[in-house]
Design a protein around this ligand. Sequence first.
Ligand SMILES: [Zn+2]
Length: 193
Amino acid sequence: MITNTTKRFLASLFITIGVLFKNRKTRKFTLIPLVIIVIGFLLPQKMIIPVAGATTSDWDDNSFWAYPWGSSITHKGIDIFKAKGTNVISSTYGIVVYTHEGGKGGKSVMVLGPKWRFHYYAHLDQIDAFAFKPLSPGTKLGTVGDTGNAVGKPPHLHYAITSPFPYWWLREPDVIQGNRKMFHLDPDVWLRE
Ligand SMILES: [Zn+2]
């Protein structure tokens, strides 16, 4: 699965880190962020379905990366259907990064969880969260709605997980927008575990 490009990238990454470590002036500035990054990846992740009372049959397991999907081109998350007003809850431990109102997502919440994964909750009817709020799995974030580009559609939670660190092995060059798949994780995989 590991391609030559990946091997070359990893080799140059380790060489760069090695060089920065050898130099006493740059050592500290390399070590601190590295330790923080590693700790983030080591944090355990316990995940639950982010809509109260929902089961695995409340979303279509083929909807992740479905194409065509309007102006998004591919669907980079899953849609969990439940009645308007049902509680939307945090799927993991985490911290609220921001809440937002407007655009495609309507009322939405962005959460940073373990392993540097960003969890996006969109189309909420009501937001019950604020930036920097710490979360446990099950903490209420708001309620299911049909805001943003879900107006006129059955109420649902659009739930997506992204990572700033690429998962090379998830790339699918033959699929539409397939190179971007290394930054988008399929929530279905994690919620079925
Ligand atoms: Zn969606």
